[in-house]
Design a binder for this molecule. Structure first.
Ligand code: GLC
Length: 617
């Protein structure tokens, strides 16, 4: 026993030793407060001691294999607990289904306590230590993560650190006029400073929540609210805020989390006269979080939510010596993929893929076709598009018209999101299946159109699975679930069209997954096949060299992956018409999907067809 205690202490001391100089340096640089730093260290030790023996073992195991999340076997799925299975206990009962989906990384969408009707889909947290009562308890959560671990699954949750709900204890006390709590947010007793902020800070929700400040008449103050008026931005200039939020982070990590998604991370530091995005202090904070996790709970990795242009995303990986996030969303590739669908032109996507493949291999991206949020066009490389004759405003309008089905040849069904009357900018919403035409074809009962839509949907998933990094499915997309319009009847959701693609999971669709005569069966079985291939074939290793492969056809994207002498070529036809891939080489290939050995010479791909093939030496 004594020996164990000593050993436990020794491990902590060693981890602390590794980071303490830098951690202290950064903390002092930001806060210059010795007492608060001492408190932080003491609490880190406490959370370490409170961590379960099982999790401590997991830490040691993952410390020995720090690249565990880069393995090609990783496959994620994101889901809302209530939509999927009612509550946490319900999810536990459905783990077999998730395993059947080959999922080993489960992103549980926000589940902490949040006020009904003022929740922003759970991103307005009222209590970081309490699960929303209808979903269960902290105990249920810890039990679920334990079960997931037993089943070889990692669990991911959101850490919404930029703001709290106005119903959070701190916010309530601030609203009551307690100075100590007001100093944890940004309060102003007149409009001068808010007006100066508004000059340089863009708006996140220009239509659904205009402006960056909210007036609180009961205390005669403005409060900074970058997102919704009920989401109050935290003031990280106050070390009390940083410390307390780190304790919340460690508390949640101790419930068995493997991946913590840092929500809205570019926004966490504010400075008058700037855009209040991506400021250097944000990096100091993320770097400190990384070290705190490596000391207390090294099995936990950080996923940064940076929905920005590529040059702003990459700095969040930090440097080799001073890493920050372990993983980031491949947001520009995602948006550019949809641009290629609407234009049947892969040139920009090819350019984007070249940028990503030239980045250091240790940078890990999370690849996805869509998530719970809208899809925006801000990240598209408009300078390049312009050279090809596509001007920003008209092109954005075309894209939005295409995805909302307003263009004559569009089979997509979606809705606009935050259609800003001033900037004329809008984003859009819809499930993958609805954007690929499954909804329209189903509605019209058009079998031929349905086959095209299924093919488009599968091609896009195959493309996602071809990229290095973690592929992340959205629950329901594996079955081609379409938009859910019922949010319009719910007063609390009606103004936020993101609920269009956050519908309840339809288990009756899952029942058809083995029946190949159904849409669901065709999608589910083919996805399953592709996921198996990705697991088995070494060319999908993160270490593989990845290049785009020019086939002299602007509608076909070619990707080459090479690893230890193996050569894999993938071709994706982004148009609905037949296209020829003018390959520079001929040879004997094995089609990985159907196993056929084929001699390849300028293959012709049907509309939205894709090919995965390996060179046969
Ligand atoms: C993130 C979430 C989004 C939420 C916002 C504010 O961007 O993905 O859903 O509205 O943060 O917390």
């Amino acid at each position: 026993m004594v020996k164990n205690v000593n050993n436990t202490e020794k491990i902590f001391a060693q981890r602390m030793e590794k980071h303490q100089d830098e951690l202290r340096w950064l903390y002092m640089e930001l806060y210059g407060n010795d007492a608060m730093y001492a408190e932080l260290c003491e609490q880190m030790h406490d959370y370490y001691l409170k961590r379960s023996t099982e999790l401590k073992k997991r830490d040691i195991k993952k410390e020995k294999n720090p690249d565990w999340f880069k393995e090609k076997e990783m496959l994620g799925m994101m889901l809302y607990i209530d939509n999927f299975a009612g509550n946490l206990k319900g999810v536990e009962k459905k783990l077999a289904y998730l395993k059947e989906c080959n999922v080993n990384c489960l992103h549980l969408m926000p589940f902490l306590d949040t006020p009904k009707g003022k929740s922003d889909g759970g991103y307005a947290v009222a209590d970081f230590r309490k699960v929303r009562p209808d979903l269960g308890t902290m105990k249920d959560l810890a039990r679920l993560t334990e079960k997931c671990h037993e089943n070889g699954m990692n669990v991911c949750m959101d850490f919404v650190m930029n703001h709290t709900s106005e119903e959070h204890e701190w916010a309530k006390r601030a609203r009551a006029g307690e100075g100590e709590y007001m100093s944890r947010y940004f309060f102003y007793d007149n409009g001068d400073i808010p007006a100066r902020y508004e000059e340089t800070v863009p708006q996140v929700f220009p239509t659904t929540a205009p402006g960056n400040f909210t007036w609180l008449p009961e205390i005669g103050h403005y409060v900074l609210t970058t997102f919704y008026p009920y989401q109050w931005d935290l003031n990280y200039r106050n070390p009390r805020v940083f410390n307390e939020m780190m304790y919340n982070f460690l508390f949640l990590a101790n419930q068995g989390m493997d991946i913590i998604r840092i929500d809205a991370v570019p926004y966490i530091w504010k400075e008058l006269g700037t855009s209040c995005r991506n400021l250097k202090e944000v990096h100091t904070i993320v770097r400190m979080m990384r070290m705190i996790a490596e000391i207390v709970c090294p099995s936990v990795i950080l996923l940064g939510e940076v929905v920005m242009e590529p040059e702003k995303v990459v700095p969040y990986f930090g440097t080799v010596e001073k890493p920050e996030c372990h993983m980031l969303y491949n947001v520009t590739t995602m948006a550019t993929t949809w641009n290629s669908i609407a234009t049947r032109d892969i040139r920009l996507l090819k350019k984007q893929m070249d940028i990503v493949s030239r980045l250091p291999k240790q940078y890990t991206f999370l690849n996805y076709l869509r998530c719970h949020d809208d899809i925006g066009w801000g990240g598209l490389d408009f300078d390049t598009l312009k050279q090809w004759g596509m001007e920003e405003p008209s092109h954005k309008r075309y894209l939005n018209d295409y995805f909302t089905g307003k263009v004559a040849d569009s089979i997509s069904r979606g809705e606009l999101y935050n259609d800003d009357p001033v900037t004329q900018d809008a984003r859009f919403c819809g499930t993958t299946a609805s954007m690929c035409g499954i909804e329209a074809a189903g509605f019209e009962g058009n079998a031929e159109k349905m086959q095209t839509a299924i093919q488009e949907d599968l091609m896009l998933h195959a493309y996602m699975l071809t990229q290095s990094g973690i592929p992340m499915l959205y629950s329901g997309d594996e079955l081609g679930q379409v938009n859910d319009y019922s949010y319009k009847d719910d007063a609390e959701k009606a103004s936020d069209s993101r609920y269009l693609h956050r519908g309840a999971f339809l288990w009756e669709l899952a029942d058809k997954r083995k029946d190949l005569s159904t849409v669901q069966g065709q999608l589910f079985q083919m996805l399953n096949r592709l996921e198996q291939i990705r697991r088995q074939e070494n060319v999908f290793s993160q270490e593989a060299e990845v290049y785009t492969y020019d086939v002299h056809n602007d509608s076909i994207l070619g990707i080459l992956r090479e690893y230890k002498g193996e050569r894999f070529i993938a071709l994706f036809n982004f148009s609905e018409s037949e296209q020829t891939a003018w390959m520079q080489e001929e040879g004997i290939f094995r089609n990985l999907v159907n196993g056929e050995i084929v001699e390849v010479k300028d293959p012709v791909l049907k509309g939205y067809e894709f090919v995965w093939m390996k060179y046969k030496a």
